[in-house]
Design a protein around this ligand. Structure first.
Ligand SMILES: N[C@@H](CCC(=O)N[C@@H](CS)C(=O)NCC(=O)O)C(=O)O
Length: 205
């Protein structure tokens, strides 16, 4: 049994997708980050940086986690079908998860923030737009050669990246981009993932 503390943003959606894929028994606790619920003492006892998501696993011992990448890796330990089969591919999965939390997520997030910043900061917009494009090219290159980010299996690597690129809450979806023409492999991958029940559930919360 899990307690998930999250909100309908890409970092929260990732964990819902993973829990749904694992058919886990979980309770979803919305933490309204727009109205500051992430700053309460209670929530910070779960997530010291005051950010969603946080997860509590009630097993033999109570296990508390924060940081979405750590949560995904933990869930993949609990539910091996979320991970690749071989040690070689598992190393790749871990690499893509770290890439998402270290590159794609923060850069797309900053790009979105500066696009809407007041007062406007055009040089920051250009800076982060270039970095976001760098990330999209990395994904496009990978997905041109592979059905999923790691081989032919859907894993936590795809779960980590999908909401940042393709959920309605993604800043990149609000960016005026013809995905089919500019990133056809990402568009093909996202269309396949959109069909999964776990993703439909995560996006509906
Ligand atoms: N590195 C963290 C980032 C988490 C994060 O940025 N969460 C955002 C929502 S997507 C948040 O809680 N923002 C509220 C705030 O910063 O006050 C992770 O991957 O879990």
């Amino acid at each position: 049994m899990y307690d998930l503390y999250a909100w309908n943003t890409p970092n929260g959606q990732k964990i819902v997708i993973a829990l749904e894929e694992a058919s886990a028994d979980y309770h979803y606790h919305p933490i309204d980050i727009v109205n500051g619920e992430q700053h309460t003492e209670g929530f910070r006892s779960l997530s010291p940086d005051g950010k969603i998501p946080a997860l509590v696993h009630h097993s033999a011992h109570e296990v508390r986690l924060f940081e979405s990448g750590a949560i995904l890796l933990y869930l993949a330990q609990q539910c091996p079908s979320l991970n690749a089969g071989s040690a070689t591919d598992q190393a790749q999965v871990m690499s893509w998860v770290f890439w998402q939390v270290g590159q794609l997520g923060p850069l797309a997030g900053q790009f979105g923030r500066f696009q809407n910043a007041s007062p406007a900061n055009p040089s920051a917009v250009v800076h982060f737009e270039q970095l976001v494009w760098r990330c999209l090219k990395v994904m496009e290159h990978r997905l041109s050669a592979s059905e999923f980010l790691v081989g032919d299996q859907f894993t936590i690597a795809d779960i980590a990246c999908f909401p940042w690129v393709a959920s309605e809450q993604s800043y990149l979806q609000r960016y005026d981009l013809d995905w089919q023409t500019t990133c056809p492999a990402i568009a093909r991958w996202a269309a396949t993932l959109h069909q999964r029940a776990s993703i439909k559930t995560a996006l509906s919360l």
